[in-house]
Ligand binder design. Sequence first.
Ligand code: S3P
Length: 442
Amino acid sequence: MTGPLTGEVSVPGDKSISHRAVMFGALAKGDTRIRGFLNGADCLSTIDCFCRLGIEIESYPSYGSAPGDVLVHGRGLHGLSPSSVYIDHENCVELYTGNSGTTTRIMSGILSAQSFSSILSGDASDNRRPMKRVTDPLKEMGADISSLNEDGCAPLLIRGNNPLKGIVYSSPVASAQVKSAILCAGLYADGPVKVYEPALSRDHTERMLKMFGAYVFQGRENGRWYASVKPCGDLYAPQIIVPGDISSAAFLIAAALMIKGSDILIRSVGINPTRSGILTVLKEMGADITIENITSVAEPYADLRVRYSDLHGTVIEGGIIPSLIDELLVIAVIASAAEGATVIRDAAELKVKESDRIALVTQNLQAMGADITATEDGFVINGPCRLHGAAIRTDGDHRIAMSFAVAGLAADGDTVIDAPACVSVSYPGFYDTIERLGGEAP
Ligand code: S3P
């Protein structure tokens, strides 16, 4: 167990918002300046894809100006033009999306509408993730998109020059990546697209497309959430301010709640209601978290003050799940320190993230001495328990690594994470921040 965490920090920019700012900036007319861009590996994959598509992108850290400033020189909705260096013998531009499911899925919507053909492929983890959820609706719109290995996963082959039509689509999963892929393709369709989802997923695409001048509508009808977009002539570049990523802040929040005497302030964290389920749940568990200085520029953000707290178990299920899907791992870690049972349900999506997160969280927390049982769609954790150090298996999943770095801070003895560097996917500098707050990074 490390000493208390104290002090003030900020976290890197929001990953979801950073991806979208580059994508829409590339498709807009004019220059989009992105302040607070996340220089994590996932968002750099998105930048790399657009560079291969002829978009000029300047990154200011490399020129010594404010960290995380990016300038995208947009070329308009029809301005993507693949660089010949990346075109294969079948005349497809090859795009590499690394570990980023968000890049693969949202790009598949954009690429379906282009006049050129492309192949989208990621790393071994990304190429195992289900893609039928985007290829089905895109095919319904008229796209020619297929899984190269016919296994429903990337690599995806997307043939160009297929006119797209507007559709009304009921998504079986509450997924912002699916919704965003369809909305992006909808910008090019012959009529509006409307996507219904069973629970509300993060709405960064809707908010940002509005900022770029698109006609976007969001609402609720007969108990279902929808988002729709009308095809548009042009997008226009605004300035984007990226708030701190609440999914990254979650690890610092967890550490402060679990380590006696901790008291930290995390500045400028995005608190979009479709992302901030973790704050609702932790407060329900007895967490001492105050939300200060709420501000809003397209996306709301605030400072979060977090102090060590005695916590109790809770039930997390239903419509709140999409708003904390990426935080459920670290919530499971926190639950091991809470009095009584915490039950997490309706989260089967965790199995198809960067790793099988239900299996890995269960295996790793059990190795540390916690009482946790995996279920079909979540976990049951009985606390409190005193964690002890263990060897942690991550399968290269950044959020598993950070969740168990936090568990390691709260545990007795040493915790060894098998691939600690994978945190750079979403949180470069994570271990430095822990050390600045007074913790001992693994
Ligand atoms: C994301 C949506 C979520 C989330 C992922 C980022 C996005 O995935 O888990 O980390 O930026 O749209 P799903 O759309 O698969 O739920």
